[in-house]
Design a binder for this molecule. Structure first.
Ligand code: HEC
Ligand code: HEC
Ligand code: HEC
Ligand code: HEC
Length: 460
């Protein structure tokens, strides 16, 4: 792997030298800046690329070669090893291959010794790095199986964030209050101290705290009314929103028009589909930080924590590192499927539209509608009969939409569809206590009639 990438590096150096030479020959001009049209003609939605930056960026995003494949049959890791809590269901050959890969991705110098103390049994949990790594395996599996709305089938591996470093290069910490913040002439409202978190702009430098961890604030700059009545989006809040937008643009190496039709930043209609992916990305980053990374704070030694004692957290740049898709969309996950599903627990939690066991019925809806057709009512009657036959069965309702259009409106629509089915069930005599409302969802990649539905599933 090292050899391949240094060879690559050499050819890049030659390319750079050639580029430099051609620059000398053509005068003092730097290579021209490229623009690529991204939106409708006349909207000015272009992306600006600088070839001088793109070449090193491309080098940074080359993926290491995959390790040779190994058999997935044979004894399971949990039957052979003593303390395997997450990867127990994978074959021992796959387990070992994964340990070798993880060493290359996270600790290429120290290898196994980064997480397993030399001389100790491999089953010991004495090193914090192993404890963190175990949770990171679960986190990676969760990203790949629960957040396909963002990472699609491309997915992530440890390498996406770590790239051969034990500490990912791009992380964020909370900012300590700056000493000048309480100076005589009032406070700086967290502004005017250039921070890489906000693309070195003079916008609020601690904005990620409000948007990418637990208890996030609304990302809104525009009020919904003409007069400021009830409009809580002040200029100050708009500045915080812009901080986040600067971070997102910088982290992906794009400009605002990658996700917005700048005629109206708030409008979803006419915005490129990337904005919807980004919307899911914001929710995913929050989930990664709140569910996996922040609870690990006490596992880390103090030296790893930030100036106010918080753990290094994930933002858009942690995975993207300046590319519109991490590693320019190459999937390493394909070669390490053990990181793509939740192992150890029962079953994966993919969002496939296939009928689940225990299905009592599936009610379909027209685009944008939540009212019940005659076919929908017949389907509900069928489910009521099935459910009434067994008094111990509850009916779990999940509302879905396809993934086109405004995501917030879609969540409302999915909920309204589930509510319509619930009301029909109670009207048919099913007691409310036997109905279990589940979280509304989008169907990933779904744009067909099957995505606009409510599933009725038997639950106990
Ligand atoms: C980045 C941390 C990390 C590195 C590096 C690493 N491991 Fe592990 N290792 C783990 C974790 C985490 C587990 C437990 C997995 C689980 O609970 O599912 C584990 C478990 C094991 C076990 C099972 C021990 C038992 O009896 O329970 C063996 C064997 C093992 N590793 C071997 C290796 C070898 C060999 C290397 C070097 C090629 C290596 N590991 C590198 C994190 C690491
Ligand atoms: C979404 C990004 C992301 C992914 C994917 C990821 N990590 Fe991490 N990892 C982090 C962050 C952030 C930290 C905290 C870094 C710090 O303290 O500077 C971290 C820290 C660690 C540490 C502690 C290192 C130290 O020296 O303190 C280990 C070990 C680790 N990760 C292993 C793994 C393994 C193994 C995988 C794959 C199964 C993985 N990580 C996947 C983001 C990620
Ligand atoms: C990678 C995609 C992406 C990029 C790049 C991006 N935005 Fe956004 N922007 C979004 C998303 C997604 C939202 C909605 C966030 C939410 O509701 O959770 C948003 C919301 C906004 C809002 C709030 C609109 C409202 O509803 O009040 C403004 C203003 C905004 N962006 C401005 C910008 C500016 C200025 C830039 C360039 C510096 C930019 N954005 C770059 C994805 C992006
Ligand atoms: C855990 C890693 C990870 C994090 C964190 C992450 N992304 Fe992504 N993102 C991905 C992957 C992987 C893809 C590629 C998916 C694909 O191939 O379709 C992607 C794709 C995208 C795309 C689609 C690009 C295109 O041209 O289709 C956008 C936009 C995006 N991310 C925005 C964001 C924003 C904004 C954030 C931070 C709020 C973010 N991402 C955080 C992993 C991540």
């Amino acid at each position: 792997m090292m050899k391949a990438s240094s060879g690559f590096f050499r050819s890049i150096s030659i390319a750079m030298a050639a580029l430099a030479a051609s620059t000398l020959l053509t005068g003092c001009e730097r290579p021209p800046i490229d623009t690529v049209q991204h939106g409708f003609r006349g909207t000015g939605m272009v992306q600006v690329y600088n070839p001088r930056i793109l070449v090193p960026e491309t080098y940074k995003n080359v993926v290491p070669d995959a390790l040779p494949a190994v058999p997935s049959d044979g004894p399971r890791a949990k039957d052979v090893y003593k303390n395997v809590q997450v990867l127990g269901d994978v074959s021992t050959a796959e387990f070992t291959r994964l340990m070798v890969a993880i060493s290359q991705w996270v600790a290429p110098k120290e290898q196994c010794a980064y997480c397993h103390a030399p001389g100790e049994d491999f089953s010991s949990d004495s090193m914090y790095t192993k404890v963190v790594a175990r949770r990171m395996i679960q986190m990676t599996q969760a990203i790949n199986s629960r957040w396909t709305a963002h990472v699609s089938q491309t997915g992530v591996t440890c390498y996406t964030c770590h790239r051969g470093n034990a500490n990912p290069e791009e992380v964020w910490f909370r900012s300590p209050q700056h000493p000048q913040a309480t100076r005589a002439l009032g406070n700086d409202a967290g502004q005017n101290k250039a921070s890489p978190n906000v693309g070195l702009s003079s916008l609020p430098y601690d904005a990620l705290r409000d948007y990418l961890s637990s208890n996030p604030k609304e990302i809104r700059a525009n009020g919904a009314t003409a007069l400021p009545t009830g409009n809580r989006a002040s200029i100050k809040q708009a500045e915080f929103t812009y901080s986040l937008m600067m971070h997102m643009s910088d982290g992906l190496g794009v400009n605002c028009t990658y996700c917005h039709n700048t005629q109206n930043f708030a409008k979803w209609e006419g915005a490129p589909p990337q904005r919807v992916t980004a919307w899911h990305g914001i929710r995913m980053a929050r989930d990664i930080n709140a569910t996996y990374i922040e609870p690990l704070t006490s596992a880390f030694p103090t030296a790893r924590l930030g100036p106010v004692g918080d753990v290094a957290k994930v933002n858009c740049a942690t995975c993207h590192q300046g590319a519109y898709k991490p590693l320019y969309g190459v999937s390493m996950l394909r070669d390490y499927p053990q990181l793509g599903r939740v192992t150890g627990a029962t079953g994966a939690t993919g969002q496939a539209a296939a009928a689940k066991p225990g299905m009592l019925g599936r009610v379909l809806f027209d685009t944008g509608r939540s009212d019940l057709s005659a076919a929908a009512k017949a389907e509900i009657d069928k489910a009521v009969k099935a459910a009434m036959a067994d008094a111990s069965v509850k009916i779990a309702l999940s509302g879905f939409t396809d993934r086109t259009g405004n995501p917030q409106a879609n969540l409302d629509l999915a909920r309204n569809r589930a509510v319509a089915v619930r009301d029909a069930l109670t009207a048919a005599g099913v007691p409310a206590a036997r109905i279990d409302m589940r979280k509304p969802e989008f169907v990933v990649g779904g744009a067909d009639a099957n995505s606009r539905r409510v599933d009725l599933v038997a639950a106990r």
